[in-house]
Design a protein around this ligand. Structure first.
Ligand code: A3P
Length: 315
């Protein structure tokens, strides 16, 4: 990390994170050293194009799934017949390798990654809170798709993932300790509620620029929401595509059952060291009841009610 970043980082309020390092509170959000470095570098160097598409999530909200759907949606013309479908990149590559994070891949160790080979529209992902986005993203006409997930399921998914990422000698993080952190806002790019609220407000203020989607609604009626996504991105499905089952094909390809059974997602590894199978745990809405008591659930509900009051958003 450049010395100036290091000095700034070490001057910020800190908290132990969920895995091994410590978070720092930067402009209202908890960031790991890697995120801090990646976000600041990206803020200073990334130039958004008007045709860019950014998928934004709070971690464990279904990023892996929506990365796959967006990739399949935008590249559908290339893989429309049965022969080309057999060589669809999603069959052999994890969606995190196909859709890079700005701050966690592209701008993590370099100021000027070579983006020239990426075809337009460029598809990127980020966990950055709205207020920390590079100015060029906010100023340009690029589009943002925000995927939000029920906070109790997001918390349980985060807890499981953190336990997998923790070194063995540290043992599991007790769920109560994780809950306490989550409810105090201490999670990656948290507070969770401020992350969601930033994009929810932006979607109300600029509906043509920011689409706010819910994981649970996608699970219930994926067909409707994938069409909504295509309309928002300016690449609606044609009558022929609707007739010939293109939407169903994308959903089948990106379904939890299909993706989690692929060799690349059963035995692969990402650049972070995480195993690809860790990104496919249950993929269900409401799984929190299997890990949390009703009192624990009520604690999250209480925090959400207080923090989201007046926003028109109910989670
Ligand atoms: P669970 O831990 O509740 O199972 P992220 O991709 O943001 O890290 O989020 C991971 C969560 O999305 C995990 O939730 C994972 O199982 C779920 N997920 C991954 N692929 C999915 C898919 N194709 N459909 C639905 N959920 C999926």
């Amino acid at each position: 990390m450049p010395q100036a970043f290091k000095d700034l980082f070490s001057s910020l309020p800190s908290e132990e994170d969920w895995i091994t390092a410590s978070f720092r509170l930067y402009q209202g959000f908890w960031l790991s050293p890697r995120l801090f470095k990646g976000i600041l570098t990206c803020q200073n160097h990334f130039q958004a194009h008007p045709s860019d598409i950014l998928l934004v999530t709070s971690p464990k909200s279904g990023t892996t799934w929506l990365k796959a759907i967006l990739f399949a949606l935008l590249n559908r013309a290339k893989y429309s017949d049965s022969v080309s479908q057999q060589r669809h990149p999603l069959l052999t590559q994890n969606s995190h390798d196909l859709v890079p994070f700005l701050e966690l891949n592209l701008y993590l160790g370099q100021e000027n990654p070579d983006l020239t080979a990426i075809a337009s529209p460029r598809l990127f992902a980020t966990h950055m809170p709205y207020s920390l986005l590079p100015q060029s993203v906010r100023d340009s006409n690029c589009k943002l798709v925000y995927l939000c997930r029920n906070p109790k399921d997001t918390f349980v998914s985060t807890w499981h993932f953190a336990n997998r990422m923790r070194p063995e000698e540290k043992g599991q993080i007790p769920i109560q300790e994780g809950l306490d952190k989550f409810c105090r806002g201490v999670s990656v790019c948290g507070p969770y509620w401020d992350h969601v609220l930033g994009y929810h407000k932006a979607s109300l203020d600029m509906p043509e620029k920011v689409l706010f989607m819910m994981y649970e609604q996608m699970r219930v009626d994926p067909h409707v929401h994938v069409r909504r996504l295509a309309d928002f991105l300016g690449c609606p499905f044609s009558k022929e595509e609707l007739r010939d089952g293109t939407v169903e094909g994308i959903l089948k390809m990106c379904s939890f059952d299909n993706m989690s059974a692929l060799e690349v997602n059963k035995r692969g590894k990402l650049w972070t060291g995480a195993e690809t199978k860790w990104f496919f745990r249950r993929g269900e809405a409401g799984d929190w009841v299997n890990y949390m008591s009703s009192e624990m659930g009520e604690r999250i509900d209480g925090v959400m009610e207080e923090k989201l009051r007046g926003s028109g958003l109910k989670l």
